[in-house]
Design a protein around this ligand. Structure first.
Ligand code: HPA
Length: 280
């Protein structure tokens, strides 16, 4: 469903909270938005003039039940560039609807964000990709069985049948690859498949996903990307590969390990984003 009146009231509340803050005179709207996934909150420490607004203070805004997801909007300056950060997200596997999962993206658009960088922790399906490295998403497969675009269309947001022939912005991808090469950061390129979760994949499922052309698998991102493209935002997707997911030698990937390895990759992601942000 497309919950435009709920989104509008959250936008109004967020604008009010930010304008009440003495800390930062936000004359300039942030046009860059960031969604930080599991274990990737470290970037917030690099922001200046920070104002935090917990999701719980915004009407209708869903609050994640997962410990590793903070649940705050953070407005601040990254290398002098105003950014709006969603620190923590909601997932389908928690029982949230697609509209709730995508509320952050739609609120960001309402706040003036037109360039969105979506991050996540993901399992590597491509045997050549190592845990602890980053992957720039070249395309996605939505295998959740859900979409945030069902129901009556909100024409002010976007068209009934949004095009998905080029989901991730080629110029943003080129910028990310260029920054990574200059900084000596390994940045793989590949297709992300989004699953519903919360169960991890069986060997037969990972074999199938790999045969379908996916390079990494995770339980987030795909619906947010669909909502963002519907809204006409430019999108960049970066996965932190937290574990290898290979059908013939599968290992359990406990959450603690996923968080620890994703945070390690997250430090490289921070360097990458700090380098890119002034060029967006
Ligand atoms: N599968 C699904 N989601 C994930 C994984 C995985 O292997 N790793 C991190 N998130």
């Amino acid at each position: 469903m497309q919950n435009s009146s709920e989104v509008q009231s959250a936008v109004t509340a967020l604008k009010k909270r930010l304008s009440l803050s003495e800390k930062a005179p936000f004359s300039q709207a942030a046009h860059v938005g960031l969604i930080l996934g599991t274990g990737l909150s470290g970037l917030v420490a690099a922001l200046h003039d920070v104002v935090r607004v917990p999701y719980a203070e915004l009407p209708h805004f869903p609050v994640s039940t997962v410990d590793s997801h903070a649940g705050v909007f953070v407005r601040g300056l990254l290398e002098g560039v105003p950014v709006l950060v969603q620190q923590g997200r909601c997932h389908l596997y928690e029982g949230f609807s697609p509209a709730q999962v995508c509320m952050g993206v739609r609120v960001m658009a309402g706040m003036g964000v037109d360039t969105l960088i979506i991050t996540n922790a993901a399992g590597a399906l491509n045997p050549q990709f190592d845990a602890g490295t980053l992957m720039c998403m070249t395309d996605q497969i939505n295998f959740t069985g859900r979409t945030p675009l069902a129901g009556p269309n909100v024409d002010e947001w976007g068209p009934r049948f949004p095009d998905m022939s080029c989901i991730f912005d080629p110029a943003l991808r080129a910028l990310a690859l260029d920054s990574a090469a200059r900084l000596g950061i390994r940045l793989e390129r590949g297709v992300y498949i989004g699953v519903h979760g919360p169960q991890m994949e069986s060997p037969a499922e990972t074999r199938m996903f790999r045969q379908w052309g996916a390079d990494a698998v995770g339980m987030s991102t795909v619906l947010e990307v669909l909502a963002a493209r519907h809204l006409g935002m430019r999108v960049l997707g970066i996965s932190c590969l937290s574990n290898k997911n290979l059908p013939d030698c599968m290992q359990p990937a406990p959450l603690e390990e996923v968080i620890a390895v994703a945070s390690r990759a997250g430090r490289q992601l921070e360097r990458l984003l700090m380098d890119m942000v002034t060029k967006l």
